[in-house]
Each structure stands twice: as structure tokens, then as C-alpha cells.
Unconditional design. Structure first.
Length: 203
């Protein structure tokens, strides 16, 4: 079997800034939920209604807060193979709890090439990115992107901007490049095997 054959039927989804377990998110980000339970129920339902167990989910930061038990619960409850790009709320002790579950990988950033474009996946949007570069990011909740950034080069996957649902890589590529005809297996191979995608360690 060629490397990647087992990926042919898989899809790739992106999401950011779920803030599971963090009560402040409901009020501070003005989310349309009565309480944190309603937020959890909606986010989990939307996640699992869109993502199958064998899909790849790229979480671009600020995933959760809470106990080790809660981290196990989340990773068991949510469908898909998960990779987290660490965000500013993903503190070291939270990352350790996630890694200890052995149900998620954590990267500093993700990069792949597609149709002569360089895609860079980070939590915060990068400044001054080069021509033919697309930065998929999260972090900004109330605005899609500050005006100082060149809007056409960025795509925000924070939940507030996507109806509290994950979004497929096909939708993002179609929005940015005008096509949804992409080789998902090739993208997954680049994400999982490229040396540019450095896994987070505690060394």
C-alpha cells in the first residue's frame, strides 16, 4: 500500500477557540448561550454532526481549560483524529494533560503546499506574510481580522465566525483559491510527515 492510501476517504476540518470548560468565554466573547453547559452541548453536537471518527481535525488553539478528567472526556467525546496548534490559552500544564491522554498531537504550527500556494496554520494571524501565502488562524473573536492585515490572505476559523461549527478544508480552499478540487491525501501526508510541522515537546 502506498503511503496515503488509507487517507483517501478522510476529510480535513478546522476549528479554533472552542474554549471548552472556560466559563468566561460565554460572557466575554458574547456567545449566544445561556451558560457553559449550553455552549458545550452545542459545540460538541456541531462537531460530531460534521466530523466522522476517521476525519482529521486541526484545532488552531485555545481548545479547553479544566481537569485531566475533563480533557479525557473531551477527547473521547469528540470525533476525529486531532491535532492541536497551541494557542495563547493553551498553557503548558494543559498541554501536558492533553499529551498524557495519547489521543491528540500538538504542533507549534502546520504548513502545507497546495496549487502553488503556501498554507500556514497558526493560532494568531501572522504579520507581513509573503505573496501566494494563505494564513489560516483563529484568536480573533469579535472581528474577523484587524484592518491592518490584507484580508485576502487570511481565513479565521474561530467558532464565532463559523456558526460554532468546524469548517472543511475544501470550503476554505474554495473561498481563497476558487476551487474545491484538492488532493486531501496529499495534504494529510504533508501535515503528518513534513519536517516543517514541528511537534510540541516539553524539553
Amino acid at each position: 500500500m502506498e503511503k496515503g492510501d488509507d487517507f483517501q476517504m478522510r476529510d480535513i476540518f478546522l476549528i479554533s477557540d472552542t474554549h471548552f470548560g472556560q466559563r468566561f468565554a460565554v460572557r466575554f466573547f458574547k456567545r449566544p448561550f445561556k451558560n457553559i453547559k449550553e455552549m458545550h452541548d452545542t459545540l460538541i453536537k456541531n462537531w460530531n454532526n460534521n466530523i466522522r471518527e476517521d476525519d482529521l481535525v486541526l484545532i488552531l488553539g485555545d481548545f479547553y481549560g479544566g481537569s485531566k478528567i475533563f480533557s479525557h472526556f473531551l477527547l473521547k467525546k469528540l470525533n476525529g483524529e486531532k491535532i492541536l496548534v497551541k494557542g495563547n490559552h493553551d498553557f503548558k500544564f494543559r498541554l501536558k494533560r492533553l499529551i498524557e491522554t495519547r489521543k491528540i498531537k500538538i504542533y507549534n504550527r502546520i504548513e502545507f503546499l497546495l496549487n502553488d500556494h503556501h498554507f500556514i496554520l497558526t493560532h494568531k494571524p501572522l504579520k507581513n506574510i509573503k505573496k501566494q501565502t494563505i494564513n489560516i488562524h483563529g484568536h480573533h473573536h469579535r472581528v474577523l481580522l484587524p484592518s491592518k492585515f490584507e484580508q485576502s490572505k487570511y481565513f479565521n476559523v474561530a467558532v464565532e465566525h463559523n456558526n460554532y461549527k468546524p469548517i472543511s478544508i475544501r470550503e476554505i480552499v474554495e473561498d481563497k483559491l476558487g476551487t474545491s478540487n484538492i488532493n486531501l491525501a496529499d495534504i494529510i501526508e504533508q501535515i503528518k510527515y513534513s519536517n516543517s510541522n514541528i511537534e510540541y515537546t516539553f524539553a
